[in-house]
Design a protein around this ligand. Structure first.
Ligand code: ZN
Length: 486
């Protein structure tokens, strides 16, 4: 069976809708706050009352340009709006304002990293500006209710070229796009809440054949896992259908998480069903050189570049740099902490990285918060802990204790270590005393150790550490014990 699958090449393109973090909606002055109490941010424009006139939102346009630049698109200096006509209860005006023939951004690309570390470019066909529809709520009342807070919310639609050839490539593309949107600060990228939505177009063709197979579209994939699973499922379905002599129907599918399968939603509407025509109530979007210049100035370092730089400049493993840069604020926290170390070397950078990837990430994921919301965890505090440990002033065990204390209180680690007298003991005479009292009455074990039972060393070390309340310098304890037991 696996041979059959090897004979086919899947072809995948994704359409991503990203809701932008503007102050107001796309074409009216209503606050862009769709999760507020239903229908509190509505007006004649976003409800589509006859005669109400839309106005372009400059912030919306600027954010679209920013995304275009981040994905190496060409930016159109003049583009128009169109009406996409269709009826739906949550679309009270009967059409959606979008861009059709001349999207503001076109012909770009993004880089995704392959399993083998190589980089693949995925083409971006277009990015256009549009508005969202309202939201039908089916599970609150016996009737369907409609919340128009979302009507007119600012969106960009990002359409990729059919450049992906596996579910995992599609998954990586989706993750990269969300990361870029978040780095730009223009979308919160929350799939579950619908501020980022994904539709996937899938077809398969026999390897070596240029023509595309008939495609199906999977609508509204609301998690990364579902993107990957649904695409995988659809690829297998297409191949099995073709192999059994059938043909793929061009339809719209939906992922059903309960059965872990796709099901047919509706047969594919043709583009002309929407009766696109130029939006008569809005002028052209004109992008000036000043606007392009300003957007270029605002363009931050992008995730992949930051990952490569952190790994190179701080000498941390590439994999670790990848985890840090998944969230820009975490990567910034790492750099800020490194800047505050008393000694700036790769050994300490690695320690900072380890603290973040183990202790800090654990707290963030337990509390479901971001590093910016973790008010007791400061970059200065982490730098102090790493310095105390690297300077052999506290042991790793005490370091963890200090950390869990400062997480509770936000206190300075330096002050806490001093006030509680937690400094590591590195005085040779005192440690010799600890060692002596630990070995006292252990004649039998010492004999066994000398006879070759070397794993008793661990027992001796832990006994010394216990006597010293965890404060003895472990390296010195180890050295002294070795001397004594020779
Ligand atoms: Zn409005």
């Amino acid at each position: 069976m696996s041979d059959i699958f090897d004979q086919y090449e899947p072809v995948i393109g994704l359409e991503i809708h990203a809701q932008l973090l503007t102050q107001t909606k796309a074409f009216c002055g209503c606050k862009a706050a769709m999760s507020d109490f239903p229908n509190t941010h509505v007006c004649p424009i976003c409800l589509g009352h006859p005669g109400a006139l839309p106005v372009m939102n400059k912030q919306h346009v600027n954010m679209a340009i920013l995304m275009g630049l981040a994905t190496h698109c060409s930016i159109r200096t003049r583009s128009a709006f169109s009406r996409k006509n269709y009826f739906y209860p949550d679309l009270s005006k009967g059409y959606q304002i979008t861009q059709f023939e001349d999207p503001i951004c076109y012909a770009g690309s993004v880089e995704i990293e392959q399993e083998d570390g190589s980089v693949k470019h995925i083409g971006i066909t277009r990015i256009h500006i549009e508005e969202d529809a309202g939201k039908s709520l089916h599970d609150i009342d016996i009737d369907t209710l409609v919340d128009y807070n979302r009507a007119g919310m600012p969106l960009i639609e990002i359409v990729s070229e059919p450049d992906m050839h596996s579910a995992s490539e599609a998954y990586k593309y989706m993750v990269s796009m969300r990361q870029i949107l978040r780095y730009l600060g223009i979308c919160d990228g929350n799939l579950e809440e619908g501020s980022l939505r994904c539709d996937a177009n899938i077809s398969v063709r026999k390897k070596g054949i240029k023509a595309f197979g008939i495609r199906t579209e999977i609508k509204n994939l609301n998690s990364f896992r579902n993107v990957e699973k649904a695409i995988k499922f659809e690829i297998v379905r297409h191949i099995e259908l073709l192999e059994s002599g059938g043909t793929v129907k061009q339809v719209t599918m939906q992922w059903d998480a309960s059965t872990q399968s796709t099901k047919e939603l509706r047969s594919k509407e043709q583009a002309h069903d929407y009766r696109y025509f130029p939006e008569p109530d809005l002028g052209y979007i004109l992008v000036t050189q000043d606007m392009l210049h300003d957007a270029t100035m605002l363009l931050p370092e992008l995730p992949l570049a930051m990952k490569q730089r952190l790994s190179h400049d701080y000498g941390i493993p590439y994999y670790d740099a990848g985890i840090l840069t998944e969230d820009k604020s975490l990567a910034n926290f790492f750099e800020k902490t490194c800047l505050q170390l008393s000694v700036k070397d790769k050994e300490r950078y690695k320690l900072v990285c380890n603290w973040i990837l183990t202790e800090i990430l654990k707290i963030l994921s337990d509390k479901k918060i971001s590093i910016n919301e973790a008010i007791t965890i400061s970059s200065k505090g982490i730098a102090e802990i790493v310095d105390l440990f690297a300077d052999e002033k506290i042991s790793s065990k005490i370091a963890k204790e200090v950390f869990s204390h400062i997480v509770q209180t936000g206190e300075s680690p330096l002050q806490y270590v001093e006030s509680k007298n937690l400094q590591q003991i590195s005085d040779e005479h005192i440690i010799a005393e600890f060692v002596n009292s630990a070995l006292n009455g252990e004649a039998e074990n010492i004999e066994k150790y000398r006879a070759g039972k070397s794993n008793l060393m661990g027992y001796f070390i832990s006994k010394v550490m216990k006597i010293s309340n965890g404060k003895a310098n472990p390296r010195m304890v180890n050295d002294l014990l070795n001397q004594q037991l020779m």
